[in-house]
Structures are given as C-alpha cells and as structure tokens.
Design a protein around this ligand. Structure first.
Ligand code: SAM
Length: 466
C-alpha cells in the first residue's frame, strides 16, 4: 500500500519513504534488520509482522480519529506505525531495543507529532497522558512481558480510552475466559472488572519474521460503563481474588482473608454455596464479595442532604445551622477543609471521586476534603477527613486559607498538608481510586483539561502554587 507522505513535498527523505511503503516478505525484514545491526531477540519477543492486511486490520480496530493521541508499544520496524503516521494528533512510540529505537528516531525525525522513546513499556510513565483528550494504545506486544505492559497502561484509574493488542493465544484466552474454565483467573477478574475485552481475530497462520513458537490473537479493550458493576475497593478485590486463585481447587472459605466476616453469613447474603471455589464465581460475584468483606466503616456511606452545616457570615462567624441541600442550593456561605498529602518525593496524591457522589461525580480532587460538622474546628475536620477518606491518622499543617467564591462552592476553605506514602484504605462509596502525581504534571493537566477536576481543587492548587 502506498502511503501519502506526512512530510512537506520539498523535503526529501528516502528512508522515510521506504519506511512508509513498508515490507511484506521475510527478506525485506532481514535486509532492514541487517542494515541496523539487529539480530531478533527471543527475550524481546522480536517477531516482526509481515502481512500488511493483518497490520491494517489491527489499526482499523482502534478506530483512530485525527484528534487522538496514540501510544504504540514495541513499534519494531513499523508494521503498525506506518498506518498511524499523519493520521492522528500525536503518535508516541515506546521501543525497548536501542538499535531499533535509534532507527525509528532517525527515520522519523522531523515528522510532525511523532515522539520516539527508548524505554521499557512495563515502567513507562503513563501519567502525562491524563492531559491529553483521547488516548488509545496499540501494540503487537512482546510476549515475554505483554501482561505487565497491559497492567501498566490499563490499571484503574488509567488515562487510556481504548486499546488494541496482539498477544499470544494462551494469554488472550485468560483475558477472555469465563468461569469454570482453566484459563479463568486473577488476570480475567482484575481486568474485566474495569474493561470490556473483545477477541477480534485469531491468526490462523504465522505472518511474522522470525516465526514465533506460539499462536497469536488480537484483543480490544474498552472501559466498562460506570454502572456495569457496583462500586468496590480495588485493593480488596485484588487481595481476595489473588488468595482465591492461589489454589484454585480449594474451597474459598479455607483460602480467603475474611477478617471479621462470617463465611456462612456472606454465602447466605450472596446466595453462594459454602463450598464455592474461586473458578466458580462470576466477576459480579467477586465484586460483591469484595464489597462484603471490605472492612472500611464508611464503605457504604450514603450522601445525606439533611446533614447539618454551620452557615457563616462574610467574616466566617457562625450565624445559624442549615441542611446541606439547602446550603448548597441557596449558595450560603459555609466551611470546608482540603488536605494535600505528599509522598516522600513530593508528589501529591489526587483522589478520583466516586461516580455516586452528588457533587463533582467521577472528577479528580484533593487528597481528602470535606465540610466541617456543626461546631467543628477546621483543624479537627482536616484530621477527621484524612481518617475517613484515606484511613490514616496524621497531624496536618495549615498551608493557607481561601475566601469563598463560586469556585469554592461558597465555602471558606482551609488547605492543609501532610506527608504519607500510601497505600490508603478508600471508602468505595466516596472514592473510586487515586494516585500520586508531580505538581508540575498536575498543573499541565489542569491547564489542558480543567473539566477533569472538582473546581474547589483547582482553587486550592492555584493557592498552593502562588
Ligand atoms: N510492532 C512490530 C511488528 O508488529 O512487527 C514489532 C512487534 S514485536 C512482537 C515486539 C516489539 O516490542 C519489538 O520491537 C521489541 O523490541 C519491542 N519490545 C520488547 N520488549 C519491550 C518493552 N519492554 N518495552 C517496549 N518495547 C519492547
């Protein structure tokens, strides 16, 4: 297939033209490998795709748009890359082999919107992608570390909107498995709790040079709708699923870290057999079990419109008490705290609010925040919110006070700080997840996509940075 060049016509670049016109035979691949001094490595999964129709169908499956940022993992000699160049806003290539990286860097230097990284995709920092509008990931993945790469890019909360990967069939079977089969396990449950996984294509022949020892198939990942499963704590789910599948044939009651949970009571509530084994539970049942076993006292804390707040005057003096819903709907002045939790390298923890919250559902927010209870001091409220939202008991220091405005929701806000490296015990009815981010990265994200954040957080960030 002849590709239209993304370069201005005046610029001659033979290597680029050769790269874009591609290859479809073993000998052409070998010629390029010899030219750049690469002997295909089994450890790096260097089996290069030589069938252009397979390449095209994989790229088609990603449904690219000219406003997309595409990350290609392990671009190799460009079997997929050449169908992406010039078609998207930004193309990020992550290649671990130094010689192949240098080849791509040289051939693609000067091509608008293409960035080439010499890095291990297992540890590639995905956080800067939050600042992008739509992020899609693609790759004919190295089979040695394909699942680790997927974990790095798709673990919730992830900046990725969709992904298409080619993997070895045995791993594809695990992602797509159903209960009561050998392939069903930790990988299936942990992934499918967040992602819909579609098996698009099984390759019935081996269109690679050199030919791999195993068969391959193509998968597409798209995020589950937020109401597909009830909210749950990711850490609890992972812990019980891991323990459950550690010895998959053993009865769960002998394997699970139940804490104070009574197994018979759990089985009764979930309509489960007391002799249930890990491989018999559906993803929905695993999630419900995680919700049941979760010992966070606030895991099911409902939002209450009739909670009482102190209403204050313009000098922050208490004038009366009113119900939360009334205070908010009338825009009355009241009080709140935000806490910024930094880790030891100075990154700030952001929480992603639950989609069940009545204000700013699903948005990113301060590490912890909340209203003051009636007659409560700001400082005490900050310590209480840290304990309720993150499960930690710590002293806090005042950073600044912020005057009420539309952006703070007419709240007098006091912003505090403290240091903790996590992990945190999050109440799933309030917080879906979170992560540590460098302040500069958050600044860029807020500039590019302010709609991702609760407005009170943006006000706090600006006050902190000023
Ligand atoms: N995309 C090319 C294709 O379809 O022909 C190459 C695919 S080949 C199966 C895997 C590619 O991933 C190779 O280029 C290899 O060097 C690269 N690779 C291996 N391990 C990697 C890692 N940890 N991070 C990034 N790239 C990696």
């Amino acid at each position: 297939m002849i590709m239209e060049s993304p370069l201005p016509k005046t610029q001659s670049n033979n290597d680029l033209q050769e790269f874009l016109s591609g290859f479809n035979s073993d000998s052409e691949v070998v010629k390029i490998l010899n030219k750049i001094g690469v002997r295909p490595s089994k450890g790096l999964g260097q089996n290069f795709l030589i069938d252009t129709s397979v390449s095209e169908s994989i790229v088609d499956a990603l449904n690219i748009d000219d406003n997309d940022t595409i990350v290609e993992i392990g671009p190799g000699l460009g079997a997929l890359t050449r169908y992406l160049i010039g078609k998207v806003k930004k193309l990020v290539l992550v290649e671990y082999d130094r010689r192949i990286y240098e080849y791509l860097r040289d051939v693609l230097s000067g091509v608008d919107g293409v960035e080439v990284f010499h890095q291990d995709a297992v540890n590639f920092d995905v956080r800067p992608f939050y600042a992008e509008d739509a992020v899609k990931v693609i790759g004919n993945l190295p089979y040695s570390c394909g699942t680790e790469i997927i974990r790095n890019f798709l673990t919730f909360p992830s900046p990725v909107d969709s992904a298409v990967f080619m993997l070895q069939k045995e791993v594809v079977n695990r992602f797509c498995a159903v209960p009561r089969t050998k392939s069903y396990g930790l990988l299936t449950v942990i992934t499918c709790a967040y992602w819909n996984v579609e098996r698009l294509q099984d390759l019935t022949f081996q269109p690679f040079t050199p030919k791999p020892a195993v068969d391959s198939a193509v998968l597409r990942f798209s995020p589950c709708d937020s109401d597909k499963y009830p909210p749950f704590n990711q850490r609890v789910l992972k812990r019980i699923v891991k323990c459950g599948f550690h010895e998959r044939r053993k009865q769960l009651k002998k394997r699970l870290p139940l804490g104070d949970t009574d197994w018979s009571e759990l089985c009764k509530a979930m309509d489960l057999q007391e002799t249930a084994r890990a491989e018999e539970l559906s993803i929905n049942e695993w999630i419900n079990m995680a919700r049941f076993i979760d010992d966070n006292p606030l895991k099911d804390n409902p939002q209450m419109g009739n909670e009482l707040f102190d209403v204050v005057d313009e000098d922050d003096r208490v004038v009366e008490q009113m119900e939360r819903s009334h205070v908010h709907s009338e825009g009355l002045l009241h009080r709140a705290v935000h806490v910024f939790v930094f880790n030891k390298v100075g990154d700030l923890y952001l929480q992603k609010r639950s989609v069940l919250k009545d204000s700013s559902p699903g948005l990113w927010d301060s590490s912890a925040s909340g209203h003051l209870d009636v007659s409560e001091e700001y400082h005490c409220a900050a310590i209480r919110e840290l304990s309720e939202e993150l499960g930690i008991s710590l002293e806090v220091n005042l950073i600044c006070s912020i005057k009420p405005s539309e952006n703070t929701g007419w709240e007098f806000v006091r912003l505090y700080r403290c240091e903790h490296n996590g992990p945190f015990n999050l109440p799933y009815s309030e917080i879906a997840g979170g992560g540590f981010f460098p302040i500069a990265m958050i600044g860029e994200w807020v500039r590019e996509r302010p709609e991702d954040f609760a407005s009170g957080f943006i006000k706090c960030l600006n006050s902190y940075v000023d």
